[in-house]
Ligand binder design. Sequence first.
Ligand code: ZN
Length: 257
Amino acid sequence: MKKPVDAHCHLCFKYFKGEEDEVVERSRKKVLRVYDCGATPGTARRTLELAERFEGFVFSTIGLHPPRAPRMQQSVIDDVVRIIREHADRIAAIGEIGLDYHYVKEPGERRRMREVFERFLKLAEELDKPVVIHARDAEEHALEVLEDYDVVAMFHCYDGPAELARRIADAGHYVSLSTIHVIRGPKDERTRELLETVPLEAALTETDSPYLSPVRGERNEPRNVWRVIELLARVKGVPVGEVVETTARNALEFYDL
Ligand SMILES: [Zn+2]
């Protein structure tokens, strides 16, 4: 059987430090490729190193974690933009970027967060890159902001309303389903409705490793993307192989690198 893609994870984060070789070796057996996301200047440089070391398996996306954006120094944001520009030919997408109304509540900070979001959207337009969206309690607003830009987006770790997921797909973007749905399980009504609603042609699968582990007390790893695939197949009532093939093809089309 073909292998799935982990469309979003953070192998470049410190939780994996010193264990990257083992994790990649384990992942390779189960996963076609992983899209590793750097979200600070430090992790941006680190993901580029990993993509070089594990060429053809680890691919980089670079952005700035939205909840941190409002309080970040301008020079740090500039630094991330510079890294993206310098390595544009080696990055698959810009992100994660976006809006987080769960963590950021103060109106001034939300405004600042949106400015940073739009700065990266302009950059993505200019460099002709897709974008990885982090939207928490702000999915609809993020979709509205995207309407002003000529970019294709994936809503990473999507956990918003099912009806909005359909609108995201209708707008030509992708909805990325993560191990958070495995944690909730098929009996959870919200999860089931979402997985039923997202068209397979617009679905991506991800682990967001090291976060959102489906196994309590264990660090998440890319191979667990299989758990999302299996859940999606079960809820939709389609063969696992079809879910693997379609979501992997979606990921390659979206990232196109
Ligand atoms: Zn993430």
